[in-house]
Design a protein around this ligand. Sequence first.
Ligand SMILES: *Cc1c(COP(=O)(O)O)cnc(C)c1O
Length: 377
Amino acid sequence: MPELLRVDHLSTTRAEVNLDCLRHNTRRLSARSGDARIMAIVKANAYGHGAVPVAHALTNEGVEHLAVATLPEAVELREAGITGRVLVLGAPLEEMVPYYDRYNVEITVSSQATAKALLRLAREGYRFAVHVKVDTGMSRLGLSPAEAPPVIRKLASASNIRVAAVWSHLATGTREADPMARAQLDRLTSVWQAVADLDIDLHLEHTGALLSALPRIAPPERMLVRPGLGLYGYDPENRERIALKPVMRLVSQVTHVKTIEPGTSVSYRGTWTAERPARIATVGAGYADGVPYTLSNRGQVRIGSACYPIVGEVCMDMFMVHLGAPGEAPEVAPGTEAVLYGGEGPTAAEVAAAGNTTIYELLCRVASRVPRVYLNR
Ligand SMILES: *Cc1c(COP(=O)(O)O)cnc(C)c1O
């Protein structure tokens, strides 16, 4: 047994995370944002890529502002030594509010009730940097455009509170001339204009908006942009506008190969049956690793120099692949790589389409039992 075997090297499946690609994408998106600053979205374990290593790489690349979805995600960054600005995008429950001060994390104010709680705690000496969220069309979180300006003024005039920004979130991926995005932009503009005398920033654009031509409503030095998916190498609208590079390569290994006779079915419930003798490879990854169950009888994986179809239902820990007829199928030995997506494998966009899901869900589903292996740290 090799002496320095780490447990990561014992896993059949791994997610390779190429930090050079992350840096490349960060530079491309930075160039695209002009003078607006990047607030990098590292929620959901940096879309499955590993929040702490990704945050360190982004910070070293000059990104000064990070955002996550939840307070525990922000605390994870702080405990890992990330000292830059961190915003929690989600709405805080009242009992969580003091922890934003304790961990020096910027807070989203999404309701009158949260604003009140902050004003009370600020009088007791707690300190907050606040991003006021406006509901411009998602009907998810935020003050209405009418209620936002007075709340912003009240917060801005309180001691121990700094209103850092006003912001909203777009419901669409913003193709050109997307009327929904335009309407949301107009609503945020009305709020921004009502508080233009205050010294606060504005942010709205996610990756899809950044890669489209959504007009900018504030001077660039007042603007932040909030790319997530683009940092990890994808445009949600699949326009190949600025040559992003997928950061993750999800790869497993063949663990078993056999020939089955005509009439033999594969996997649970026998949903695929061989019509002719078939070479079948078993791959050591399943839905517990983040391979969508919906790829059953639909997905493809790359083994050697070609892609092969997934046959039968995807299991919790493995799935089967049809390599072809004996004599025609390639010689595949256990241990051979099976690329689920990224690198020379199918793209995450293709896999998401085959599995009737999104690239977002695909990436952040990569399970905690799959070791992340960082390249070009
Ligand atoms: C996730 C998220 C983003 C990033 O969106 P992408 O489409 O991944 O760029 C931006 N803003 C908010 C509020 C989000 O929740």
